[in-house]
Write a new protein. Sequence first.
Length: 336
Amino acid sequence: MRILVTGGAGFIGSHLTERLLSMGHGVVVLDNLSTGDMANLAHSKDNQNFEMVIGSVRDQALVQELVEKCDAVIHLAAAVGVKLILEKPSLSIHTNVNGTENILHAAANGNKLVIIASTSEVYGKAEKVPFSEDDDLVLGATANLRWSYAVAKMLDESLALSYSYEKRIRVIIVRLFNTTGPRQTGYYGMVLPNFVSQALKGDPITVHGTGDQSRCFGHVYDAVESLTRLLNAPNAIGHVFNVGNDEEVSIYGLAEKIKKKTGSKSEIVKKPYSEVYGFGFEDMQRRIPDVRKLEQFIGYRPRTSLDQIIDDVIAEQRAAMGIAPVADSGKNDAAA
């Protein structure tokens, strides 16, 4: 197939582009490089089946042109990261909603398959875990701008399912849970690469809040595997899927694990949310995906261990900093 990947110069998008090219597909990447980086596509740019277009998903005419010459779209482009969302909430809403509407409108003209990347953020403050795709979504007050991203992504999902119902286009929605791994930057608040960077530099490892809040981290390779399998799963059309690992860890526990694995002397410090994000910031205590539906439909579920994910991020950052690899004191944590 010829596949349009929006946000293809980003963290997940660049890994997905590499995988699709290795499978023999043609790939057109659309990215405005606001958070993406051409360096992420170093392994793809010389492939004869690769095309790079610098532009925005908010450009309706450009989106229409690109979708027309492709067989499928994997729509990853979005304004993401807690830091960016709180700094520019209107940008998050406009980019996410307008971009998704442009993709769906263009795809409807040729009945193109569209995979829409949503987020675990849509579950909001729900307390029932693990989160299942048909669960109620519980968000906070609109006065708290922290929820603007979740609201935008909920609208993305509703738009996609509405187009599927009204115009019969083929749509699949994936809710990504804390995907991480090589190439992810911590600049926009992504916790795992931030912790690794702080540990390797000997800076304080900064935990926001009490550190008791927990998350599940999935490897980008598992997310890419899930997306490529969904491309070839006609039974998945019209459905919503959680995509993530269900291995839970507290944020303070994550900091301890990274400190041990890096052999760092860094101090782990706690910083109140009010000092980081301002008064009234809300966070979710737990976020665990139920991935049984994904496994049922594609015969696969993300299983890469947290230890392996951390090892991969440490190795990449050590190489970038010119730090020689060292014996990993936390290597046998899982067997201990």
